[in-house]
Design a protein around this ligand. Structure first.
Ligand code: SF4
Length: 358
């Protein structure tokens, strides 16, 4: 469990993201948390580096609708105050713990005391060259060697925590290369049933990042691997959540219904169709994030009366523009009337809500 969210053991795969505002800016952090949760993020991570971050986290965690993972990178002591402030989990960077010291045991004891979880994992960037070379000398390619060392290091870290009595663990094996990420996760999953958080790290800007993440995360999910996912993008984390949900839908792990169909627009279009479709998508996304599957197969949003009403009639619900800039509303073949664009949209929203009670 990460807070109230089950991870692994057959629980639905959940979507994660990370805040990109300062943790000490409590209002900005909470604003982003609410927006991301509304978009469908089940677990959110935020950075905790200083005691001031810890104090802010106390306020943020108390008001957050989703469990928070504190990302600890520079000082292991941050894990202690993050747990005390209400983090549901801490992400530990193993490089923080001096070999032979008692620091990891101290953090493990705080984790147990707070009933929290730990995310551990190696990052390709932190793997020593010597370990990779040893595997290459055994005949593996460099990518295979890196994947093997990533899997082994992560497993060692998990075992060290288990020995200290921490059992709510999830692992993440991160690399910016899709083939290495895929192979490392496959190796890890073959050796343990510890839940996996999967993603391709430093994936890039929107288009490249989504494609890389879809390839890497999608391949793993289709192999039955992955319990939480994160699409890493350089940009707005809302896009990470949207892409994550789309990947789950594409892999058949979450219902993709309702399908929203829209025409390509042409010289006959008398309404602002792209804006209208974007609004309908937003309504559907929000309702799905809040209430799960909608009982609708298809919603049609069409530009004009040529193909519009026909396509719209074939859908559970639909809108088609008129030459005078109005929209005609349809429900399962029945015409409900023509309305100004705003009103038509509001009526459609209410019909979508009503369909959930059918
Ligand atoms: Fe053009 Fe109408 Fe067809 Fe849309 S439905 S592409 S507006 S003819």
């Amino acid at each position: 469990m990460v807070g109230g969210v089950p991870v692994g053991g057959g629980a639905p795969v959940s979507v994660q993201s990370m805040l990109n505002v300062r943790t000490t800016d409590v209002d900005a952090a909470l604003g982003q948390i609410h927006a991301l949760a509304e978009a469908g993020a089940a677990i959110l991570r935020l950075s905790v580096d200083t005691p001031a971050d810890g104090e802010a986290l106390r306020e943020i965690a108390a008001a957050s609708p989703v469990p928070l993972v504190a990302d600890i990178q520079f000082d292991w002591r941050s894990a202690l105050y993050a747990l005390d402030a209400g983090a549901a989990a801490v992400r530990l960077n193993p490089g923080l713990f001096p070999a032979g010291g008692n620091e990891l045991a101290e953090v493990a004891s705080a984790v147990r005391e707070h009933g929290a979880a730990v995310r551990v994992g190696a990052n390709a960037g932190s793997i020593g060259e010597a370990a990779i070379r040893r595997e290459v000398e055994k005949g593996l390619s460099r990518d295979e060697a890196l994947a093997r060392v990533l899997a082994e290091k992560t497993l060692e870290e998990c075992e060290a925590l288990e020995k200290l009595g921490v059992h709510d663990i999830k692992a993440a094996l991160k690399c910016s290369s899709v083939p290495v990420t895929f192979r490392a996760n496959l190796e890890f999953a073959a050796r343990t049933d510890i839940p996996l958080h999967v993603g391709v790290t430093e994936a890039g800007t929107l288009r490249r990042g989504v494609v890389k993440s879809a390839a890497g995360i999608g391949a793993l999910l289709l192999n039955g691997i992955g319990d939480t996912i994160r699409v890493s993008l350089t940009g707005d984390p809302i896009e990470e959540v949207r892409a994550g949900i789309a990947i789950l839908e594409s892999c058949g792990l979450r219902s993709a219904a309702p399908e929203i169909v829209s025409c390509p627009t042409c010289g006959r279009t008398g309404i602002d169709l792209p804006a209208l479709v974007a609004e309908v998508e937003k309504i559907v996304e929000k309702l799905k994030a809040a209430q799960g599957d909608l009982k609708l197969r298809k919603i049609a949003v069409m530009g004009c009366p040529v193909n519009g009403p026909g396509e719209a009639r074939d859908a559970d619900l639909g809108l088609a523009g008129t030459r005078t800039g109005q929209v005609v509303l349809f429900r399962r073949g029945e015409t409900l009337g023509a309305f100004p664009q705003e009103e038509g949209l509001e009526r459609l929203r209410r019909l979508i809500l009503e369909s959930m009670d059918d």
